[in-house]
Design a protein around this ligand. Structure first.
Ligand code: ATP
Length: 302
């Protein structure tokens, strides 16, 4: 079943075509990440899906509603975690989460939610006493207050320290396990690779590609980088490999098209000579590599 179906969506601001014929679907229970450089049209697309912005053309169906006309019945089914929600600073964490939960007919237990986002020690702290990362956790709790079927997550871990980011990723993974459909926008490609079942890459209002992170990496046709150092710092008399090794700052690098065979030849060569391949690393292309290759390929200098 399909939670989100977008067809030929368009929205301009004056002469700027912010969203220029975008089509995609998101299945029930799927985590879908919308990626793209600044100004690509992500926020405009997401706000149209949330029902906060009008479209010029195209069809949009979310949870069986047209967000433009879905009203309260639609809003009660979705959760929105904005980048910078303005809070009432004098409220405590518990008061705000309780207040938000009370707005929904179907709701999570406020105290459980506070625990879930890792704010158990801050229940009675006023909002003005929270750090930036703790406010983002509160954003998340408020977005989840109505036990939504679909959660919009806008750059959910911006400003998080590494431990908080990992905690948030675990939380999103457990929401997915519970069957919540999630539309995520993020500039952290590692986050998309970790969390997203599929990603769509927007640029200049157009969707360049849609696929699983693995599909995008495979489609990028980028090599696997093998790198290591040889004691003495040179290239040595390396065996024939699938690509020409190059040396920079004492590190040998090879853009390999056949990493298994190359690694096998290299380790056999090193073993026969009792030469360690120091810091040996075999690095397949990441989603970030694929994303950069794709968006740079379409960079027409604007
Ligand atoms: N209210 C507005 N009025 C005029 N132009 C706008 C408005 N909102 C967005 N735009 C323009 O539409 C284009 C798409 O903006 P949008 O905010 O959707 O991009 P984005 O992908 O979310 O960017 P970012 O990653 O920087 O948040 C940009 O060129 C932007 O300047």
């Amino acid at each position: 079943m399909t939670t989100i179906a977008v067809r030929d969506l368009r929205r301009s601001y004056g002469s700027v075509r912010a969203v220029d014929g975008v089509s995609f679907t998101v299945g029930d229970g799927e985590v879908f990440a919308l990626l793209g450089p600044n100004g690509a049209g992500k926020t405009t697309t997401v706000e149209i899906l949330e029902g906060y912005r009008e479209r010029d053309a195209g069809t949009v169906e979310v949870l069986g509603f047209d967000p433009a006309t879905g009203g309260t019945a639609y809003r009660e089914r979705i959760g929105v975690v904005l980048q910078s929600a303005g809070f009432e600073e004098e409220f405590t964490v518990r008061e705000l989460v309780r207040l938000q939960s009370s707005l929904y007919p179907r709701r999570h237990d406020p105290d459980e939610l506070i625990d879930l986002v890792g704010l158990a020690g801050k229940r009675t702290t006023r909002v003005k006493g929270l750090s930036g990362g703790q406010r983002r956790r509160l954003d998340l709790a408020l977005g989840l207050a109505g036990a939504p079927d679909l959660l919009f997550l806008d750059e959910p871990t911006t400003g998080f320290d590494p431990a908080a980011r990992h905690h948030a990723w675990d939380l999103v993974a457990s929401l997915r396990d519970l069957g919540t459909t999630i539309l995520l926008t993020t500039h952290y490609l590692e986050e998309a690779q970790r969390l997203a079942d599929r990603v769509g890459v927007l640029r200049d209002g157009r969707l360049l590609t849609v696929g699983t992170p693995a599909e995008l990496r495979a489609r990028s046709d980028l090599p696997t980088v093998i790198s290591f150092r040889i004691p003495g710092g040179g290239l040595g008399d390396l065996p024939p490999l699938s690509a020409r090794p190059r040396l920079a700052d004492g590190v040998v690098r090879l853009d390999s098209r056949d990493p298994v065979t190359d690694t096998w030849h290299l380790t056999a060569w090193a073993t026969a000579r009792w030469t360690p391949l120091e810091d040996l690393a075999v690095s397949p292309p990441t989603l970030e590599d694929a994303y950069l290759a794709l968006t740079e390929e379409h960079d027409d200098g604007r």
